[in-house]
Design a protein around this ligand. Structure first.
Ligand SMILES: C[S@@+](CC[C@H](N)C(=O)[O-])C[C@H]1O[C@@H](n2cnc3c(N)ncnc32)[C@H](O)[C@@H]1O
Length: 354
């Protein structure tokens, strides 16, 4: 019997007594000033009022100018995040109780216990957009069937690292008895292992929503008896040594304290040391440890350290078998000229026990 998992959800809010009201006849600029000053506001008529107020708030905080430095843009984003979350909307009977609101099935799935509460407008927007992804699903290279990620679960929207892994997997000649997909997210890598003949795949994630999502997808994809998703810190709860351990970790060092969703993107000090230490006893003698990484942190000036290279230099546990690199494709010629990601690469590190 599988244990019942309680998913993360945005905390339901109560309406603060001090909250004012905003509607289509309000002065949106005044409303934006009020939010920026730290005062909560309740949207009282239609969904589009929320969109208009947030558009004004964004303009107000940026003062119509683009941030010139990284620090400035971070400060603006933090201010916007704080102020925009003071804009509240009512939820009643699992629907956004505003005229012409989009459907969000998450309100029913995540709040079966609540009939009436409030959420911030940006939280509702997050739920709405996640619901669209969930309903539509995403087709990944190497998988026949779409994946439908749950709310609050990391799922890749760029596929370069998946293509790199597929290339590597097509050449893999090792045993396929047991695989481990650590930090499984929406499960895409675990499903690639299952689809490539692995008999059992242990899939761990700290985030219960990821495990719920992978369980649901495993049923849909017919891998119920192959995938073993578990809420777990790296290998906790796992008992067997693996032929292949696969890890697509967060790629950026954390500069702030982390929420559960942040843990897909940012890693804290000691994260990789713990991972490699715990991976060692779970790898079979002839097994392979594959880590996907990128030079994103280096390129953003956030870190010149490289956790895999550091491990190889100082860990005394693993040796490098191969290293593959792939330039990140720009989405279009237009974006290529506009962004500075020209030399962004994704990396695949294949390691074995010393
Ligand atoms: C970059 S995402 C990768 C998700 C997925 N494997 C993929 O390739 O799309 C990293 C994942 O690791 C999970 N994670 C972070 N720290 C973890 C830990 N200590 N143990 C297990 N999972 C963790 C995050 O919740 C997130 O789902």
């Amino acid at each position: 019997m599988k244990d019942e998992l309680i998913p993360h959800r945005p905390d339901p809010l109560q309406l603060p007594e001090s909250a004012g009201k905003v509607h289509m006849k309000s002065d949106y600029h005044e409303a934006a000033i009020s939010l920026a000053d730290g005062n909560p506001l309740l949207i009282s008529d239609r969904y589009s009022t929320g969109l208009s107020v947030l558009a004004k708030l964004k303009k107000l905080i940026s003062r119509g100018k683009q941030a010139r430095t990284f620090g400035m843009s971070r400060k603006q984003r933090a201010h916007y995040k704080k102020a925009s979350n003071l804009l509240l909307a009512p939820v009643e009977n699992h629907q956004i109780a505003l005229y012409k609101s989009p459907e969000s099935g998450w309100l029913e799935k995540l709040y079966p216990d609540l009939d009436q509460f409030y959420l911030s407008f940006p939280q509702l927007q997050g739920l709405n957009s996640s619901w669209q992804w969930y309903q539509k699903g995403i087709q990944y290279p190497g998988l026949d069937t779409k994946i439908h990620p749950w709310y609050g679960v990391y799922f890749p929207t760029r596929f370069d690292h998946l293509s790199l892994f597929n290339e590597w997997l097509s050449e893999y000649e090792g045993a396929k008895e047991i695989g481990a997909d650590i930090g499984t997210g929406c499960g895409v890598l675990g499903f690639l292992l299952a689809g490539n003949g692995f008999q059992k795949v242990f899939a761990s994630d700290l985030n219960p929503n990821a495990v719920i999502s992978v369980r649901e997808s495993a049923g849909r994809l017919g891998y119920d008896s192959v995938l073993e998703p578990l809420v777990s810190d790296f290998f906790k709860g796992h008992t067997q040594k693996a032929d292949l351990i696969l890890f697509n970790p967060p790629w950026l060092p954390a500069l702030h304290s982390l929420s559960h969703l942040d843990r897909a993107i940012y890693y804290e000090k000691g994260f990789f040391e713990t991972f490699f230490r715990q991976a060692e006893p779970f790898l079979k003698k002839e097994g392979r440890l594959v880590v996907l990484f990128s030079n994103m942190a280096e390129r953003q000036g956030l870190s010149s350290a490289h956790p895999v290279r550091d491990e190889l230099l100082t860990g005394n546990r693993f040796k490098k078998i191969s290293e593959l690199r792939k330039p990140v494709a720009s989405k279009s010629e237009k974006t290529k000229r506009r962004d500075h990601r020209g030399d962004e690469v994704v990396e695949l590190w294949e390691l074995a026990l010393i």
